[in-house]
Design a protein around this ligand. Structure first.
Ligand code: SAJ
Length: 433
């Protein structure tokens, strides 16, 4: 029983969510074993170092490893609480169906060391029903234990779903302060998981059932995707009509009940561009809006490639700088990044005319052999006549007008509202006069 005794915790998966979660639980004083399939990840963490970039994570991990509270391994060991934070990518069927095999394989490992009194919590974004599926798998593997929802007696173990909600770049802060939805297979399971989260979460923890909690996570990201799609659709309408979309959104947002998000080169990252499909795949006929939003946001990426390419073609002697590759501002994460897609497409089309500025990392592999090169922001401002803004990194935002004037600018993020527009410039295509 947990009581006041700090539980030993095992966090399965030491990625962008698992590692910060493991570190925060360790900071709360629990002994944490982090499990990962990669020996490199395990060795890095055991040296007190980290394999991902996240604000303040290095110091935190270093501290808890030094104090002996966090340890990593490729081999599972018994614990009191298991937190599963492994990826749930698309299956390779081309139909955007979720692949929960990593979750099931984590559950298989956990089942091997599970004992009466333990709690198993799934945090990975998962299609509705996954927590129950995980339970059913463990029932088969451990007939000696009584599982929630499968026995009339008091179950031996508790199983719950509790999705993370953190924003990359603010993970540690949001892990601690955001509210959490905790869905138990039974109310008793939810209460057990609640007692665990209260050890390190300052936000409000709300209990519900596992299926509702699974759906809540998907709904949150689909909500954001639909709203960004609205902004992106407006930007394409504005391009067609010769309007400045940023101006229109700024004005519309003065209405007390209107709050339009920002258009960009598309939606990236491994959450918002992925999770809405989990809802679509569970209810294909009931989700025309969610599906369309996904297609609009993906379509925006292709629209930006076309617009940028015509700008490059219209300035045949100009050197071109693509500003940014990350999927959003001020992070080093290039996964599913529309900026990366646009810059790589231009590199393939225009080769050595394309220069990439990305202070947060090196050129990914797809740029090899294209002739495109990476330069720093100062060189870009000195040497390039065409600037294509793909990411709203702070370092780009602060470039003063004096350093941009005279240049042809395609600002897909609206970071330079003071850039003078040419008479014929369409939304986003701001040409210095
Ligand atoms: N974006 C826009 N316009 C906007 C806002 C975002 O184009 O107005 C783009 C970003 O540039 C980026 C993409 O959308 O390419 C996603 O960025 P984001 O900041 O909206 O979200 P993520 O993917 O970093 O994190 C999301 C968050 N979910 C919600 O805000 C509902 C986060 O809270 C989740 O924990 C995370 O997904 C996750 O792991 O699911």
């Amino acid at each position: 029983m947990m009581g006041d005794v700090k539980p030993d915790v095992c966090v399965v998966g030491l990625g962008y969510i698992g590692l910060p979660t493991a570190a925060i639980i360790a900071r709360a004083g629990c002994k944490v074993l982090g499990l990962d399939v990669s020996q490199h990840v395990v060795d890095t963490i055991n040296r007190g170092e980290i394999h991902i970039e996240e604000v303040d994570l290095d110091g935190l991990v270093h501290g808890v490893v030094q104090r002996g509270l966090l340890r990593a391994s490729t081999q599972i060991e018994p614990a009191d609480v298991f937190v599963i934070a492994v990826p749930t990518p698309f299956a390779k069927d081309g139909h955007h169906t979720p692949d929960i095999s990593y979750v099931l394989s984590a559950a298989t490992q956990v089942a091997a060391v599970l004992k009466a009194g333990d709690t198993v919590i799934l945090e990975s974004t998962s299609p509705v029903g996954t927590t129950q599926q995980m339970r059913d798998l463990m029932v088969g593997l451990r007939p000696d234990l009584k599982f929630p929802g499968k026995t009339k007696e008091t179950p031996d173990v508790s199983i719950a779903y509790c999705p993370e909600r953190v924003l990359p770049g603010r993970i540690l802060e949001e892990l601690t302060n955001n509210d959490r939805s905790i869905g138990g297979i039974t109310p008793r399971c939810a209460r057990k998981a609640l007692a665990f989260y209260k050890r390190f979460v300052r936000g409000t923890c709300v209990t519900t059932d596992a299926r509702s909690a699974e759906m809540t996570k998907l709904v949150e990201n689909a909500y954001r995707d639909v709203n960004i799609a609205f902004a992106n659709e407006l930007s394409m309408v504005a391009d067609k009509m010769g309007l400045d979309v940023w101006e229109v959104i700024r004005l519309a947002n003065r209405h007390p009940r209107v709050n339009i998000l920002q258009p960009g080169p598309g939606v990236g990252g491994h959450c918002i561009a992925v999770d809405p499909w989990f809802i679509v795949s569970s209810a294909p006929e009931q989700t025309p809006l969610i599906r369309t939003a996904r297609n609009v946001n993906d379509g925006k990426m292709h629209h930006v490639v076309k617009q940028a390419a015509s700008l490059v073609e219209a300035n045949p002697h100009a050197k071109v700088a693509c500003l940014g590759l990350a999927f959003k501002a001020n992070i080093d994460d290039f996964r599913e990044s529309p900026a990366r897609y646009v810059a790589a497409s231009l590199a393939r089309q225009f080769g050595s005319r394309i220069h990439v500025v990305e202070p947060y990392g090196a050129l990914p592999r797809e740029f090899e052999g294209t002739g495109a090169v990476q330069i720093d922001v100062d060189t870009a401002l000195e040497e390039c006549d065409v600037l294509i803004v793909l990411v709203d990194h702070d370092v780009f935002k602060v470039i003063p007008l004096a350093e941009r004037s005279g240049k042809v600018v395609y600002d897909t993020r609206g970071i330079w509202p003071d850039q003078p527009s040419a008479e014929t410039a369409s939304a986003g295509l701001r040409l210095a006069s």
